[in-house]
Write a protein that binds this ligand. Sequence first.
Ligand code: SF4
Length: 329
Amino acid sequence: MHATRSSDILARTAPLYERVKNVIPPVEWPVFADDIDAIQALKRARNAVILAHNYQTPEIFHCVADIVGDSLALARQATKVDADVIVLAGVHFMAETAKLLNPDKTVLIPDLEAGCSLASSITPADVRLLRERYPGVPVVTYVNTSAAVKAESDICCTSSNARKIVESLGVDKVILLPDEYLAQNVAADTGVKIIAWSGHCEVHERFNAAEIRSLREQHAGVVVLAHPECPPEVVAEADFAGSTAAMVDYVAAKKPARVVLVTECSMSDNVAIQHPDLEFVRPCNLCPHMKRITLPKIRQALATMVYEVTIEPAVAHRARQAVERMLAI
Ligand code: SF4
C-alpha cells in the first residue's frame, strides 16, 4: 500500500481501533484497517447497512456493523432499516429472514456457504411428515431454519422467546423444531408437551456438564451463563441460561467479576470489549459457518453486489407470515 494512503487510512480508522485494541494487536490492525476503510466508503456509495450477529469477529462486529445482535434483534431491526442494500454478516438463514422482512431491498450474504447445522437438519418435507403424524398440533419453528421450512410452520421463535411463543398458542401439545436441546430445555420450563426434532447446533452440542464442573474448579467463583442450544445437562449446571441477547443483558446488569459464556467464541470477545473491568473465562467453540464471513468478503460483496439472497414469492409469503406472527407477540 502507498505510504501516504496507508497513513490516511490509519488516521481515519484510529477511532475504530480504540474500540478493539484490547483484542487486536497493533501489528495486525493495518490489514484490517484497509478493508474497514473501503467498506465504510462502499456502504455510503451503495446506501447499505451491515447487520452483524453476535458471533461475528470483533473487527466486523465493532468496526463495520451498523446493527448488531442475536437472531431476534436482527430480525426486528431488519424491519426498520432505511437503506437500499442490507449486507448480512451472519449465516444464510439470517439473510433469508432479512429478505423476508425487506422484500424490496437487496439483501447480500458475503459467502453463500455460510450455513448452519440446525438449518440443514430439516427439510420442508420433514415438516409435512410431522404434521401428518401429529395432526392438528401446531408447528413452532426456530428461526435457525430455511425460509422453505419456515413456510411450513405456524409461527417462528428464537431462543429468547421460545417458551413465550409455545405458551402463547394456548394448546397442550406443540411441535418445536429443529433444535432438540432447545426443545428439551423449553419442555423443562413449561407445562406444554413438546414434540422435538433431532437437529443440533454443532457449536453448542459440544459442551458437556463435566466441562462446566471443571471450569468451576479451575476458576473459583465463576458465573456460568449457557445458551439454551446446549444439552440440558449443561443448562442444569449453569447459573443462568438464556439467548445471546439475554447473556449480554445479564452481564450488563449483574456485572459478575468472573464470568464464562458457554457459547460461540466471538461472543465472549465482543462482550468483553464492552466490559473491560470483568474477567471472561473463554472455553468456547467456533462456529465454522459464522467464521466464513470476513472483512475481505464483506468488501467484495459491496463492491460487486454478491451474493444476492432471493426467495421464491409463494414460499416467502408463507414464511413471512410465520416470522411476523412471532414478531407480533
Ligand atoms: S452457532 Fe450453531 S446455530 Fe448458530 S449458525 Fe453456527 S451452527 Fe448454526
